[in-house]
Design a protein around this ligand. Structure first.
Ligand SMILES: [Zn+2]
Ligand SMILES: [Zn+2]
Length: 465
């Protein structure tokens, strides 16, 4: 395969395999192949692979002015792996918007502890990059195959910390520092720079509006959630609906991730396209989980459902079925074209249902694809606050829903949050990091995030609301 090929949303090793098996050479042949529906015949692939390829190709063709964070990160990781192998570079750090966890990425910024002159020729040979736009000893900018620029920043040991801060931004954060000192002092670490300004180190995810600097100065920065505090994942799909893995594979992966619990939450019957479960399927699934729970006592498996919220705000299953479950997540997958008032009422009606505990992906957006339905998220947050119900941060990098600014509002009202991956494949259970990053941007600490709690505390809480 031509190593200049990168398709957003498709893993490089999958692409390499497809190119090899079908002996194709370029993107136009790949497009034809995906359309001919032949890729699904290869072991390990299915129609979703073909869809992902076609969607990824379309995204590149459209040359967007921003990329969803997940895609930008996949692309950056390929670059970074290559750069880390080079002898002239002693340190590589992803900076800019990506380091701060911004959801729409307009440029990929990479800070290198290296000398530009020594690297110039090698950088030009990176096949994923196009032409150089501008260059200096401090930074050089390239166009990339994705449409958004890649900016390499150069630094030395002596001023590494200072350059980390300058290249991470945001502009408003730097402006807030400039009010304290005209030019940032040069130090090897970020901590030393902040300390010199009489500030604690400020996490990149909240270096945004400049207010964080005020909070830091007052000594009242919140303690932010850390990925190691996550004890489980409460929204996962199995092969019973549209997921790719068996429940046992999900359990084993949960154990591998060090989780105390996982919830199996497949779709309900209304979502036929996604293999939604009928009541009788759910009963059989419950039996399977009971058996697996005996086999794997080291992790708790919550029996759950992602039940569809129907057009009128009622649920896709009757109470006697939902009553058999440990956790009920409700969400919108249909009738997106409603007025804001109707949609808000619809969601709040579901949220107030006594058996519903979590509202999943509350605004329904897909980054780079659709903006989400119209909903008054403030009212949903208020309703969650009144009822002690939980709102989800959907950690899928395509969703990040609810988003950072809504999380800040939710925090002021004490709303409980669950950070869930909504994984349809066990690999996506690792998307948790994106949800945690979004929660950090929402100034969230572990106290309100229910999947940082122990199993007992979680179950007690869910049965109390
Ligand atoms: Zn969903
Ligand atoms: Zn889901």
């Amino acid at each position: 395969m031509d190593s200049t090929i990168f398709i957003p949303g498709v893993k490089q090793e999958d692409l390499t395999r497809i190119f090899k098996e079908f002996k194709i050479k370029d993107i136009s042949e790949l497009t034809k192949l995906a359309r001919s529906k032949k890729i699904r015949k290869l072991k390990g692939f299915n129609s979703k692979t073909e869809m992902a390829i076609l969607r990824g190709i379309k995204l590149i063709e459209n040359q967007p002015d921003y990329l969803p964070i997940g895609i930008a990160l996949d692309f950056s990781n390929i670059l970074i792996t290559e750069l880390k192998a080079w002898p002239h570079i002693s340190q590589v750090l992803l900076v800019g918007d990506l380091r701060r966890g911004v959801e729409k990425i307009k440029s990929i910024d990479i800070l290198l502890k290296a000398n530009y002159i020594e690297l110039k020729d090698s950088l030009e040979k990176i096949l994923l990059l196009d032409n150089e736009v501008s260059s200096s000893n401090k930074k050089t900018i390239y166009n990339s195959k994705l449409g958004i620029p890649v900016i390499f920043h150069f630094s030395s040991s002596r001023e590494w910390g200072t350059d980390c801060i300058l290249t991470t931004g945001s502009g408003q954060h730097l402006a807030s520092l400039a009010k304290i000192v005209n030019t940032l002092p040069k130090f090897e670490t970020e901590e030393e720079v902040y300390k010199n300004l009489n500030l604690p180190w400020i996490p990149p995810e909240i270096r945004e509006t400049g207010y964080e600097t005020e909070f830091a100065r007052e000594g009242i920065l919140p303690e932010l959630i850390d990925i190691n505090e996550i004890k489980g994942d409460l929204h996962i799909h199995s092969r019973w609906s549209d997921g790719s893995n068996t429940i046992e594979e999900i359990i084993l992966n949960g154990i591998k991730l060090g989780y105390e619990y996982v919830a199996i939450t497949d779709h309900s019957q209304a979502l036929k396209m996604a293999g939604g479960l009928r009541p009788e399927d759910l009963m059989r699934q419950i039996e399977e989980i009971n058996k697996l729970q005996l086999k794997y006592p080291q992790i708790r498996i919550l029996k759950g459902i992602e039940v569809d919220i129907l057009e009128d705000g009622t649920l896709d299953f009757t109470d006697d079925i939902l009553n058999k479950l440990d956790i009920v997540i409700a969400s919108i997958h249909s009738h997106f074209e409603m007025s804001k008032g109707d949609m808000t009422k619809r969601i709040i009606k579901a949220l107030k249902h006594p058996l519903v505990k979590i509202i999943a992906h509350p605004t329904g957006r897909i980054l780079g694809k659709r903006p989400g339905y119209k909903v008054d998220i403030n009212e949903v947050i208020n309703a969650a606050a009144q009822t002690n119900k939980v709102l989800e941060v959907n950690a899928s990098p395509d969703r990040l829903d609810i988003r950072d600014i809504h999380l800040q509002i939710a925090k002021t009202r004490g709303v409980k949050i669950a950070i869930n991956t909504d994984a349809h494949h066990i690999q996506s259970m690792e998307d948790m990091i994106f949800g945690v990053q979004t929660a950090k941007r929402g100034w969230q600490g572990k106290e309100n995030i229910i999947n940082t709690w122990s199993y007992d505390k979680l179950i007690n809480y869910l049965s109390s609301i």
